[in-house]
Design a protein around this ligand. Sequence first.
Ligand code: ZN
Ligand code: ZN
Length: 327
Amino acid sequence: MIVVFDTAPRGLCKQTMGSHLERLGNRFSIPIDVDDSGYLGRECPVEKCRGYFKITPGTGKQGPAPCHCPYCGHSGDSGTFNTQEQIEFATSIVLRQFTDALHKDLKSMEFDQPPRGMFGIGISMKVTQGERHPIRYYREKELETEVLCDNCTLRYAIYGVFGWCPDCGAHNSMQILTKILELAKKELALAASAEKELADHLIGDALENTVSAFDGFGREVCQRKGAEIRFQSLSSARRRVQDSFGFDFADGLRPEQWEFICRIFQKRHLLAHKMGVIDDNYVKKANDSGAIAGRKIRVNHEEVTLSIEIVEALGRRLFDWILPPMP
Ligand SMILES: [Zn+2]
Ligand SMILES: [Zn+2]
């Protein structure tokens, strides 16, 4: 990546100053290096965003393409996404080149006229250089989530978890959801070979992760389009999505699948907030014929496997309707 400056210093006529300044020209291209992990820092030019993120040059779309801010979605020429620190660094390099050339030109004008005759006055000019102009070095910052865009293969890093791909503009929420569901499947696979107590814990944990990932995902997707919707209670989320976006995200499910996934979400509520003990609310709402208040809830491997499949399908439906990838 290169920062380009066009300069035309006012008040200085280069022709009269000499050859070094003249040779510098009016255009400076300062290369900006990537960090140790191959990332180049970027900063959103929108004043109220100024979001910082990093990309790996050479991955993602080939050829010149606009850059998208992962946080606010602003898109613009990639040359406008230099960070303040990169600009200060490049400016300091230009100023050093400029002051060094100026020094050389002045140096070449040195003269020493010794005094002549009895009352003569000698004149001389000696140019000495003080400190050279300092270079403003910087370090790229550490970020929180690394993403490999599954739409365009750009490798990028952001604060938080969710964001738009800086290259292709696709939102990463479906990709993140899929990744967490993959981890939940791995927990289930581990549970299959673990002793009972650990297996129960892993299965419960896989369910919790599935539900909280779907909740985080659903909120993010809706929020990007200005709606605040929580997804821990599926039936109210279904109504609210219908009201806000005019479609039914569960229209691909059969009624018994819908009933099943709602019950599983209620089981997860007991696991997360009631130490897994069935309460009256669950007995009333979950349509679970074997449930007795005060007893422990049971969640098995197959139920969680099926839940992951359904959650993925619901997520895909929400994503494709609300945040379809840009063409
Ligand atoms: Zn932004
Ligand atoms: Zn992408």
